[in-house]
Ligand binder design. Structure first.
Ligand SMILES: [Ca+2]
Ligand SMILES: [Ca+2]
Length: 295
């Protein structure tokens, strides 16, 4: 199963920051890995499996980055120099990159004179070294790409001693475990505490290959929900939830650590986006709960 995150729509910023906040809160409260709820269930989030926001895996290394700040953001051309042992042979590798904003042609990464042209990107100038998988000798370059419309991704590049190549890209809010596994934020219950996920993935031959994760175990459990969601009151589970998705502003509800019991979760096995929940609210109201994921 392959996913292309550059083509996936992303949440609007207004909804995006509460989600970041949730991740941060769950990170800061390190003891919060298992939570005991009313029904004396202990549930653990992805953090307990070592998944953290990707920033946590950035190396403490700063590239030299220069650009003409008289130019508008969309006109900018970032000139980047650095030295880092990317293939783990003990020798520093010379890194030069030119990143042109807003899909201007001519972006590239060059390592030890091996050049890779980047055809299509909207970089912000942010570039970091990251260890995607600590079981191999490589340390990859991560380039932040703003995307076309609030759909930021990180693009990963590896140098194996012979050539520079694109490993893959994933949405900026994804989690990773440092051993080659990722959880896209599209497969994460961003607004739920504890968080859970519907799939994890790994990069294989330039593809993001997904493995689905059973979410049935969360049915019948109660979570704290925080954020802005759409709630469509329904007495019973609809057979086809899609008929009830309206994105209507009138059904928006604000949740603030609201105890929400999950009665069912709709998952498409080919696209395990985790966003369609049939739930019961504390006042006994039942309905379909979903969140904004696209522009
Ligand atoms: Ca090297
Ligand atoms: Ca590595």
């Amino acid at each position: 199963m392959f996913m292309d995150f550059k083509k996936m729509k992303k949440s609007k910023n207004i909804l995006f920051y509460p989600c970041l906040g949730l991740i941060l809160i769950s990170l800061l409260s390190g003891c919060d890995l298992g939570i005991i709820w009313d029904d004396i269930e202990v549930m653990e989030g992805p953090e307990s499996e070592g998944f953290l926001v990707m920033d946590e895996f950035f190396k403490d290394y700063n590239f030299n980055i220069s650009f003409d700040d008289n130019l508008e953001f969309y006109e900018r051309i970032y000139s980047i120099q650095g030295e880092y042992d990317m293939n783990g042979d003990g020798k520093e590798d010379i890194i030069n990159a030119l990143l042109k904003a807003d899909y201007q042609k001519g972006s590239y990464i060059e390592v030890n004179d091996k050049k890779l042209t980047i055809d299509y990107c909207n970089p912000s100038g942010e570039i970091n070294m990251i260890d995607l998988d600590n079981r191999d000798d490589y340390t990859e370059i991560a380039i932040f790409d703003e995307g076309a419309s609030a759909d930021p991704t990180l693009m990963f590049y590896r140098y194996d001693g012979n050539e520079v190549y694109f490993v893959g890209s994933i949405d900026e809010d994804a989690l990773m475990d440092g051993h080659g596994k990722f959880i896209s934020s599209f497969h994460l219950s961003r607004y739920f505490n504890p968080q859970f996920y519907s799939a994890w993935g790994e990069f294989k031959n330039n593809q993001y290959v997904l493995t689905n994760h059973d979410v049935k175990q969360y049915i019948g459990k109660t979570f704290e929900v925080s954020g802005t969601g759409f709630f469509e009151p329904l007495n019973k589970m609809p057979e086809n939830y899609q008929e009830y998705i309206t994105w209507d502003g009138d059904i928006i509800r604000e949740f603030n650590k609201t105890k929400v019991k999950i009665l069912d979760i709709y998952i498409n096995e080919l696209d395990p986006t985790l966003n369609w929940f049939f739930v019961e609210l504390p006042n006994g109201e039942k309905g379909l709960l979903y969140f904004w994921l696209g522009d």
